[in-house]
Write a protein that binds this ligand. Structure first.
Ligand SMILES: [Ca+2]
Ligand SMILES: [Ca+2]
Length: 97
Protein backbone atom coordinates (compact mmCIF):
# COMPACT_ATOMS: atom_id res chain seq x y z
CA UNK A 1 0.00 0.00 0.00
CA UNK A 2 2.92 2.31 0.60
CA UNK A 3 3.71 2.34 -3.11
CA UNK A 4 0.19 3.56 -3.81
CA UNK A 5 0.59 6.18 -1.12
CA UNK A 6 3.72 7.50 -2.77
CA UNK A 7 2.11 7.69 -6.19
CA UNK A 8 -0.98 9.42 -4.86
CA UNK A 9 1.13 11.76 -2.78
CA UNK A 10 3.16 12.79 -5.78
CA UNK A 11 0.04 13.22 -7.85
CA UNK A 12 -1.31 15.39 -5.08
CA UNK A 13 1.74 17.58 -5.23
CA UNK A 14 1.81 17.92 -9.00
CA UNK A 15 -1.93 17.81 -9.70
CA UNK A 16 -3.78 19.54 -6.88
CA UNK A 17 -7.20 18.28 -7.87
CA UNK A 18 -8.92 16.53 -5.04
CA UNK A 19 -10.77 13.34 -5.93
CA UNK A 20 -14.32 13.29 -4.70
CA UNK A 21 -14.69 11.11 -1.64
CA UNK A 22 -18.29 10.45 -2.56
CA UNK A 23 -17.52 9.21 -6.07
CA UNK A 24 -18.38 5.54 -6.42
CA UNK A 25 -15.30 3.38 -6.42
CA UNK A 26 -15.20 1.36 -9.61
CA UNK A 27 -12.94 -1.21 -8.00
CA UNK A 28 -15.18 -1.51 -4.96
CA UNK A 29 -12.61 -1.09 -2.22
CA UNK A 30 -13.48 -3.66 0.38
CA UNK A 31 -14.47 -3.00 3.95
CA UNK A 32 -11.39 -4.92 4.97
CA UNK A 33 -9.19 -2.38 3.21
CA UNK A 34 -10.96 0.49 4.90
CA UNK A 35 -10.34 -1.18 8.24
CA UNK A 36 -6.68 -1.65 7.37
CA UNK A 37 -6.49 2.02 6.43
CA UNK A 38 -8.17 2.92 9.69
CA UNK A 39 -5.67 0.83 11.64
CA UNK A 40 -2.75 2.55 9.92
CA UNK A 41 -4.31 5.91 10.73
CA UNK A 42 -4.92 4.98 14.37
CA UNK A 43 -1.43 3.54 14.69
CA UNK A 44 0.09 6.86 13.71
CA UNK A 45 -2.39 8.93 15.72
CA UNK A 46 -0.20 8.80 18.80
CA UNK A 47 -2.32 10.99 21.04
CA UNK A 48 -5.60 9.36 19.97
CA UNK A 49 -7.42 12.58 19.07
CA UNK A 50 -8.41 11.12 15.66
CA UNK A 51 -6.50 13.85 13.89
CA UNK A 52 -3.04 13.61 12.34
CA UNK A 53 -0.65 16.48 12.83
CA UNK A 54 2.03 17.25 10.28
CA UNK A 55 4.45 15.38 12.52
CA UNK A 56 2.21 12.33 12.63
CA UNK A 57 1.69 12.37 8.86
CA UNK A 58 5.44 12.69 8.40
CA UNK A 59 5.92 9.60 10.54
CA UNK A 60 3.24 7.75 8.58
CA UNK A 61 5.10 8.46 5.34
CA UNK A 62 8.53 7.92 6.84
CA UNK A 63 8.98 4.70 4.86
CA UNK A 64 9.09 6.72 1.67
CA UNK A 65 12.45 8.15 0.65
CA UNK A 66 10.92 9.87 -2.33
CA UNK A 67 8.90 12.37 -0.34
CA UNK A 68 10.91 15.20 1.09
CA UNK A 69 9.75 17.07 4.17
CA UNK A 70 8.72 19.92 1.85
CA UNK A 71 6.53 17.60 -0.18
CA UNK A 72 4.94 16.10 2.90
CA UNK A 73 4.16 19.63 4.05
CA UNK A 74 2.52 20.43 0.69
CA UNK A 75 0.60 17.16 0.81
CA UNK A 76 -0.50 17.94 4.34
CA UNK A 77 -1.90 21.31 3.35
CA UNK A 78 -3.60 19.77 0.34
CA UNK A 79 -5.26 17.15 2.52
CA UNK A 80 -6.28 19.59 5.24
CA UNK A 81 -9.52 20.56 3.54
CA UNK A 82 -10.96 22.55 6.44
CA UNK A 83 -7.52 24.04 7.15
CA UNK A 84 -7.68 23.43 10.88
CA UNK A 85 -4.06 22.31 10.93
CA UNK A 86 -4.74 18.61 11.37
CA UNK A 87 -5.83 15.74 9.15
CA UNK A 88 -9.03 14.00 10.18
CA UNK A 89 -9.70 10.42 9.10
CA UNK A 90 -12.10 11.77 6.46
CA UNK A 91 -9.38 14.03 5.09
CA UNK A 92 -6.86 11.19 5.32
CA UNK A 93 -9.13 9.07 3.09
CA UNK A 94 -8.45 11.46 0.20
CA UNK A 95 -4.90 10.22 0.35
CA UNK A 96 -5.63 6.51 0.24
CA UNK A 97 -9.12 6.05 -1.20
CA1 LIG B 1 -3.22 12.95 16.66
CA1 LIG C 1 -8.44 19.27 8.81
Amino acid sequence: MLGVLIVVAQLAVTHPIKPSASAPSASGRSRHNIEAIRRAFDAEDKNGDEELTLEELTNLLAGSNTLTADRVAVLFQWLDEDQNGTISFKEYLYLVA
